[in-house]
Design a protein. Sequence first.
Length: 400
Amino acid sequence: MIGTPLSSSATTALLLGSGELGKEVVIELQRLGVETVAVDRYADAPAMQVAHRRHVVDMQDADALRELLRRERPDVVIPEIEAIATGVLAELEAAQEWPLRVAPTARATVLTMNREGIRRLAAEELGLPTSPYAFVDTLEEFRAAADDLGWPVVLKPVMSSSGKGQSLVRGADDVEAAWEFAQTGGRGSQSTRCIVEGFVAFDTEITLLTVRHAGGTLFLDPIYHRQVDGDYAESWQEAPGEATMSQAQLASAQDTARRVTDALGGYGLFGVELFVTADGVVFSEVSPRPHDTGLVTLVSQDVSEFALHARAVLGLPVATTRWPGAAASWPVKVEGHGVPAFDGLAEAYAVDPSVQVRLFGKPRVDGERRVAVTLARGTTTTEARDRARTAAQALRVSLD
């Protein structure tokens, strides 16, 4: 049963993390009559602009997070970022001081918010193919691990996201700079700990959005993506008949995604990241929430990843249908300091009738930040990608 927002019967969902992905989740929850609470470490985050209530809290402060959750007493907590004191979620879900559920589960959140937890689950418990790896705490351990794994290697903080602190390290001369970059990019009390991965020679990499819901498990069409410095630079879903992956590779990808998400449990959407090689599929990472590459689903299908997540979390069955052709997304980034303002929207929309522009509403930029995304469809994958890119290039962002 779902009650009425802002009444004693309300069904309340509290989001931990209120960026552009959380904003879309809030909108979909509100369409289903859910009262929404947006939480982040800074004021006026995108999801806060559409939620019923908002709170600014350091979500890595266990005491502050515990106090907020006890005050709000939500029916469901939906983690949207990594920088959370996940132990508090596990504690409160287990204690059941009130009927609380963490989506998809507190255990899934704890494991996936830390690269060490999810890698050990996938490789050591489930026996899935992964890149060779080692966990290190010091520069000296990093040097030794890289020598053992063989160059090049990839270095990542165990607590980070969107490429923060991540480097492709080609040789011993780059070790110190990569280690320093990793220390500045990590999050949380474990920010010094890193994973060193042997480089995987892959043909392509995909996100396989996997939805565990009341009716079973749903796999969306593979989302292909291109990354720059560990962060996604574009993503696309192919038109029928343009299959980059073979049926055998797709079946292997779905089997891997099912095994990982079944082990994590609960209801919700998972972004399973995989490398596709000539020899098969290699597991990389998984996020228990909508994925940034999945923004493309806003134009590729009738029910986006955000709506699927909202429905699944509420215990509802889900289904979706692809629109004809291919679809693509292109994130718009800006670097500097100030409040973003946008021009060129008319030119972006004029690229093609299928184009959509989403301005995230981020209140300020300090450094480099993703502030918008352009989306487009096309008869072919090339056409869709070209339209999304051209629309993004038409946007002009200034910082005031």
